[in-house]
Design a protein around this ligand. Structure first.
Ligand code: 5GP
Ligand code: MN
Length: 339
């Protein structure tokens, strides 16, 4: 399968690659609670760089969820997340993947802001944020940051090894909802085909990512879905993670991935929300939309962002206050210009 890129993208990808040279200390990082796209993009890029004699380490603000650890089995010593701050202090280049806003780097934000080294970024979010200056390879039309890493390899003639391809396939698989969401453009399937052609087993990747779950995940999903509220007249549906549920099931934030697709799947729903307490008095809201409702724009006044149909925000409030505030805003949004 051949993937063709517009000449301007090829030029941008070649210009970007100039920052990825041997001898530099490169730290790659992504957003808090990393997902399949953040981690798959990091691992894919590390394999591509290693093959070219460029060393890089991964320094994330949150630990790698169990679900994605298989990606790291072939990369001993590369995940330096437990020593992220120490590693970032030695870096000549910081490369931020799958986010354009320093605020989403959690406890690493301050170090990244203070270092004074170039901060490169590869990202596909529509929401603009702030990062210190450095090279950029950004395209909000891309399905996943993993697709942009594929483009980088393609434009620069870097050979795709099966391990790099597997990681990038995971990135695209997870950010397209397994090739179901509106970002599954023809070019995405061409890219996925090129990745599979390196000899990947798609069923094994499905099993690794989606069918190797601890029992607690299904119990957590079951308990959370019990909280479903559907408001037919406004087009809203939401679920709430019960207090202490993650702890009770030995679960992590990663185990919540995909739950919000259930309220979204109900006929007539235009905006689906998942509420959970991430710290005392801090509530995180995951938002998904159907049709032309722009949830990135909805999240913006709350200091959140993301993509048109998948975004997030957090508010300083009790659960009851956060729900009152966000749901009130959502009803008004759907009834007005946003709907
Ligand atoms: P999720 O709901 O799966 O955590 O996130 C969905 C999308 O929204 C992702 O693209 C993620 O990067 C973005 N997102 C989630 N939470 C926040 C947030 O608090 N701020 C911003 N700017 N984006 C978020
Ligand atoms: Mn992504």
């Amino acid at each position: 399968m051949t993937v063709t890129l517009p000449a301007s993208r090829v030029a941008d990808a070649r210009a970007f690659a100039e920052c990825l040279v041997p001898g530099r200390r490169i730290c790659i990082t992504t957003h808090v609670n990393p997902d399949g796209d953040g981690l798959g993009s990091e691992v894919g890029l590390v394999h591509l760089l290693k093959a070219r004699g460029v060393d890089a380490v991964i320094t994330n603000p949150s630990p790698t969820p169990e679900r994605y650890r298989f990606l790291f089995a072939d990369l001993p010593g590369v995940d330096k997340t437990p020593e992220a701050v120490k590693e970032l202090r030695k870096a000549d280049l910081i490369l931020v993947l799958d986010i354009s806003d320093v605020g989403r780097l959690g406890m690493l934000s301050q170090t990244v802001l203070e270092r004074g080294v170039p901060v490169a970024c590869i990202d596909h979010h529509v929401s603009q944020g702030h990062l210190p200056d450095g090279p950029r390879y950004v395209d909000p039309e891309a399905s996943a940051t993993g697709e942009l890493i594929f483009q980088l390899a393609h434009a620069n003639g870097w050979p795709l090894t099966p391990l790099a391809a597997r990681a990038l396939y995971v990135a695209i698989l997870t950010d397209t909802g397994a090739f179901r969401f509106s970002n599954t453009r023809p070019s995405v399937l061409r890219t996925a085909a090129a990745l599979l052609e390196t000899g990947l087993d798609p069923e094994q990747i499905y099993l690794d990512v989606y069918a190797n779950a601890p029992e607690g995940r299904t119990r957590l999903v079951a308990e959370t879905l019990q909280t479903l509220v559907v408001e037919g007249e406004s087009g809203l549906a939401w679920v709430t993670v019960p207090p202490g549920a993650l702890e009770r099931y030995g679960a992590t934030a990663d185990d919540l991935d995909g739950i919000v697709e259930h309220p979204r799947s109900i006929a007539g729903v235009r905006m689906a929300l998942l509420f959970r307490e991430i710290a005392a008095g801090r509530i995180k809201v995951s938002l998904r939309s159907v049709g032309n409702v722009d949830v990135a724009a909805f999240a913006k006044p709350f200091g959140g962002g993301g993509h048109t149909k998948a975004s997030g925000l957090s508010v300083e409030a009790s659960m009851a206050e956060a729900q009152a505030q966000v749901l009130q805003a959502a009803r008004a949004y759907l009834a007005g210009a946003g709907g």
